[in-house]
Design a protein around this ligand. Sequence first.
Ligand code: ADP
Ligand code: MG
Length: 570
Amino acid sequence: MKSSQDLKNLLLSIDHKSYPAYKSAQGSYRFQDYILSIDHVQGDPFAAPSRVSLRISGKNAGFPPKLFDTFPKRVALQDHLLRLFGREIEQYNFKARGSGKSGLMAVSRCGQEILERSACAIDPGDGSLTLRMQIGFPASGRTIQAGELIRILFDFLPGCAQRSLFFRNIDASACQRTAELCEDQEYIRRELKKRSLCAFVANGSVLPRSSGVSEKPMKGAVPFRSPKSLEVSMELPHRGPVSGMGIPRGVTLVVGGGFHGKSTLLKALELGVYNHIAGDGREYVITDSTGVKLRAEDSRSISQTDISLFINHLPGGRDTRHFSTEDASGSTSQAANVIEAAEAGTSLFLIDEDTSATNFMIRDELMQRVVADSEEPITPFISRVRELFEQAGISSIIVAGSSGSYFHPADVVIQMKEYLPYDITARAKKEAAAYPEVAAASSPFHLPDFRRIPKPMGSLRGQERTKIKVLGKEGIQINRSVTDLRYLEQLADPEQLTALAYILNYSVRHLMDGRRTLREIADALERKIDKEGLSALADASYLPADLSRPRRQEIFACLNRCRELSFTFF
Ligand code: ADP
Ligand code: MG
């Protein structure tokens, strides 16, 4: 392998040449403490910055195996190191100068959730560490400024790496605390299963965020406190005793006046499928990790989905066992979301009236009297919510402040009052007894057998060069095929959308053979990522630095929303 001196000589030899000469620097070089690889060189100083990675041997990095001996702990350590490294390089960002992106130094920005990212990966076998970053190779105009790149690679980077990626140099107790928090969080996840709970919210948690555009905790918020009747206590391996609200499996209703904190609680539960960093306020808000937020999603596309559980006898005799549309209504979209989440294997639905289609959620008594059941295609969710739990094992947590109908099917009723929860189950049930129950569904409960086979169409296939584009948190684009993902509220990071774009592209090219079902495709994908990491998805010779792993639920959701996949039944 070439040495760092070779790289320096090469850079000096191309100084003041035209920009494309940087391409000759591509390759790997041995530095004192790591191997530096220039994986991809940008085309010009204004293009997306170049990709550089550092590889540190396990022996040299020196992290004790107990810090990364389980998958969640490894992800937590990777996340911790990435944050440390990010803080280091921030000080050098654009210190080297030039045109356009010259001098840029960046790594993935981590938010409040702890996610698996390609930007920092520890090999579970030998403990070696790979850090992937972006550097804007300096130029003035299109003339290479090699001296500036030498400053970045030889003066700035080695120190940043030294101070953040080697166990011997960093705060060992902070690493230890990261691992311990993770073990405590995983402990709660296991307890949820053992105790038949679908979520846990520790007393003292801070649920609201500081503003609509910041995910940081709100200062001066009312800390969470469980009602006594729902309080459960656990002995966490590190933090010790913790108490909080345990939401039992089944049907849970959250009511309360406007602005009393209902949606804030639900939002925290939605993101409780991920672990949160220390100081977030939601460290011990843990939700069944398969939980799916269900909402109306007008105008989404639906392909060959059996929504007959909720919708039947559409005008014109349209088949709802194989329902397809390019432009769904509120109720059909929410019905499809239920069925698709079941297909993805969820055991918890999270629903907020604020974002639901009313006619999908309820149908009141008076309306039932005036418009006969036979004239109403929709069997509302309320008529199926108990069957979903009892026959399919899927619990529901439903925020509904404006209709009392759900008092009947609910097992537990929680009222949010001035941001605190109260258990009002007994009172709500007593009041509800005086009112007629919701009519049971007229057709028997069944879930489809989910043997749907996707087939790529149109611009998804056939191109020699695939163009992949990510539209922030809005959606992804492969060639001309745009998939709208903006309503998948549990996507926590734009890098998850990037990964979904690669997942879609990979499955189109390697897995969708006209025989595999969607489930088989998702299984194969997950096995591959488990085994080979996110890098398994990259077709190109270099791995984009910016992939973050989405859950199985979002993989299904993405493939189901792609307008250029047409589904057939097995
Ligand atoms: P609802 O859904 O019941 O109408 P929201 O959950 O939207 O109410 O909350 C209303 C407002 O109160 C939001 O601005 C939110 O940030 C704030 N809020 C929520 N929980 C708390 C809390 N524990 N302490 C302080 N403010 C809170
Ligand atoms: Mg609300």
